[in-house]
Design a binder for this molecule. Structure first.
Ligand code: HPA
Ligand code: ZN
Length: 335
């Protein structure tokens, strides 16, 4: 099974580039920029990665991102992630980035986007990996702040496909961002949002009805509400599920109790993703491997999950077909 998963062509649809920041690279960049971080060794960093909830994690995640200053830093961060994609047969990835985490510290929007997009171009040339960007608004900040970020993004509109919503969910419902999402859609961005990770099903209703999202990040708590499940299926919206993130943040007690198989059986369009791989103990393949083992998933289940990852990506139809054909050929040969 491990071998089948490792060679399975797949897409990753839920990945925060700041969450792919491995301790080794964090040290290297901190040193390069002469920035002090509150850790003396890689081991100390790893030991700090014990979380009880989303906020515990976010506090450390934002701290690590403080060392990112120059275009080269954003390039190194992104290229390092894309190299890992190549090693895992991730053929396409939809990368979230949090501009406000950087612009709040005085880093220019232009610097962030230049570093990330240069790495995307190089990875396309060197590995043939396609990728697109999801600009995520931080929901613990105000809608006014999000509007400022939207404004700053406009000169780079062609390099950004989606807007997203992340950070501290509870107390910051999707409705808080109603106007900025409306405007984001008007300028051409596709809306997605984290909803129902720690927040209840009501947050998912709002994300669907008020923000009109086209894909649900996490969405675990849709299982609280059968009417909502029916609506998600009817609207043909996919969920980006992140198994190792769910256990690390105690959204799910352990992988054996993860509802992924139940979701598949209900007819929900589920995908597997790593969320913040440097913090949660594994890249996307590790997520596939561990959830397969815990839930005894079949090769057919894994094929469905990989198929969903391409099907529910925001790729153009032709590229999507190309990947789906590649996947089908692989599955027929290896099932
Ligand atoms: N949830 C909310 N915000 C985040 C996450 C997450 O899983 N990862 C990075 N920012
Ligand atoms: Zn996330």
């Amino acid at each position: 099974m491990k071998n089948f998963i490792e060679n399975l062509p797949k897409a990753e649809l839920h990945l925060h580039i700041e969450g792919s920041f491995e301790p080794e690279l964090m040290f290297k960049i901190a040193k390069r920029n002469a920035i002090k971080i509150p850790f003396n060794s890689i081991k100390e960093i790893q030991d700090a990665y014990q979380f009880n909830c989303l906020q515990d994690f976010l506090d450390i995640y934002y701290q690590g991102a403080q060392v990112l200053i120059t275009e080269q830093d954003f390039y190194d961060l992104t290229f390092s992630y894309l190299k890992k994609c190549d090693a895992q047969n991730v053929r396409h990835t939809e990368i979230m980035f949090d501009p406000q985490t950087h612009t709040e510290r005085g880093v220019k929007f232009a610097t962030v986007i230049a570093g990330i997009t240069k790495a995307q171009k190089d990875a396309k040339i060197q590995f043939g990996i396609t990728s697109l960007l999801i600009m995520s608004y931080l929901r613990h900040l105000s809608e006014k702040d999000a509007f400022k970020t939207l404004e700053e993004s406009l000169p780079y509109k062609n390099q950004i496909t989606c807007v997203g919503l992340d950070s501290s969910e509870k107390g910051n419902p999707p409705s808080k961002f109603k106007n900025v999402f409306k405007k984001s859609v008007e300028v051409g961005y596709i809306p997605v949002a984290h909803a129902g990770e720690e927040g209840n099903a009501g947050y998912i209703w709002e994300a669907l009805d008020i923000l009109n999202i086209k894909r649900i990040d996490h969405g675990n708590n849709c299982l609280q509400d059968t009417t909502l499940i029916k609506k998600i299926i009817k609207q043909d919206l996919a969920l980006t599920i992140c198994p190792l993130s769910n256990t690390a943040l105690q959204v799910v007690k352990n992988l054996k109790e993860h509802p992924l198989k139940k979701m598949l059986d209900l007819g929900l369009k589920v995908t597997i993703n790593s969320d913040d791989p440097a913090f949660f103990g594994g890249q996307v393949n590790q997520n596939y491997i561990e959830i397969q083992k815990a839930l005894n998933l079949t090769k057919e289940d894994l094929y469905t999950l990989a198929k969903n990852s391409f099907q529910y990506s925001f790729l153009d139809k032709i590229t999507k077909e190309k990947y789906l054909n590649e996947l089908e050929t692989y599955y027929k040969k290896n099932k």
